[in-house]
Design a protein around this ligand. Structure first.
Ligand SMILES: Nc1nc2c(ncn2[C@@H]2O[C@H](COP(=O)(O)OP(=O)(O)OP(=O)(O)O)[C@@H](O)[C@H]2O)c(=O)[nH]1
Ligand SMILES: [Mg+2]
Length: 267
């Protein structure tokens, strides 16, 4: 049984920084973790790259050879990854041990998680290899300044959740930049009534029904919860890691093994 985090979220939300911090944290506590770059445009890394999509395909090459713009080229690269799941990915995964913990640092274009099927198939492939995967969705706390942005962030995360059908942890990144912590706290575990009244206050009355429907949707999926990530605080990344570990049952197998040998079970 292997374990993986799929680190996704909008462009610039802090995915690669999170991966680097996670790597550093794991190194400090003596835990093995392997970070994989899945962004064909990424150039600089603050973590050792255990596996790199650029060895399969690079954005620059695609732009140059096919005359595509950056976004079209990215989609092309990711479609190429999708076609290479059974050979390139399969071979690369052979380099990991069966119970390794892998973190995939993904590109930031959100269409990749809403309607392009590459990650859906990527994840299916990991599941077939007996890897427990958790989606780690990063959202920049700088955009959590009002309810409309919050709802739009929730919708983007929700669409990834529905598409990928995986355990899902939402993270509010860059908490060190938040001046007024109180404003953000309202959004970490918000009450639906609070969101609705905020939204109604902000929008023209004719949006009342839409607001209600949106809030109900978010509420029904029970996903309006964010874990704050403040990289200045040591405990922050540790707490997030423990939440994710719980989602993918990391560490639980070890317990089972110990229990198997419990002398009380021996008759
Ligand atoms: N202050 C602060 N800045 C951050 C934090 N995390 C990321 N940043 C900055 O935000 C910018 C984007 O961070 P990245 O980690 O590259 O974001 P990303 O999501 O990997 O971006 P893409 O891969 O391009 O989508 C960089 O300038 C980072 O230094 C944080 O916790 N605090
Ligand atoms: Mg990145």
């Amino acid at each position: 049984m292997g374990y993986a985090q799929l680190v996704i979220g909008p462009a610039g939300s802090g995915k690669s920084t999170y991966c680097a911090s996670l790597h550093q944290h794991c190194e400090t506590i003596g835990r093995a973790v392997h970070i994989v770059n899945l962004d064909p445009a990424a150039e600089n890394f603050d973590y050792p790259v255990a596996m790199d999509i650029k060895e399969l395909i690079s954005l620059d090459d695609v732009m140059e050879e096919l005359g595509l713009g950056p976004n079209g080229a990215l989609i092309y690269c990711m479609e190429h990854l999708e076609e290479s799941l059974d050979d390139w990915l399969e071979e690369e995964l052979e380099n990991f041990a069966e119970d390794d913990y892998i973190v995939f640092d993904c590109p930031g274009q959100i269409e990749l998680y809403s309607h392009v099927p590459v990650f859906k198939n990527f994840v299916e492939h990991l599941k077939r290899k007996n890897i427990n995967v958790c989606v780690v969705y990063l959202l920049d706390s700088q955009f959590m300044t009002d309810v409309a942005k919050f709802i739009s962030g929730c919708m983007a995360s929700l669409s990834a959740m529905i598409q990928l059908e995986l355990p899902h942890v939402n993270i509010l990144s860059k908490m060190d930049l938040v001046r007024n912590k109180k404003d953000i706290e309202d959004y970490l575990n918000p009450e639906s009534q609070f969101l609705l009244s905020e939204l109604n206050q902000r929008m023209a009355p004719r949006f009342g029904k839409l607001n209600k429907a949106l809030i109900e949707l978010v509420d029904q999926y029970n996903m309006v919860s964010f874990v704050p990530l403040d990289l200045r605080k040591k405990g922050s990344i540790q707490y997030i890691l423990s939440q994710i570990d719980m989602c993918i049952q990391y560490g639980e197998d070890a317990d089972v093994k110990i229990r198997d040998f419990d002398p009380e079970d021996d008759d």
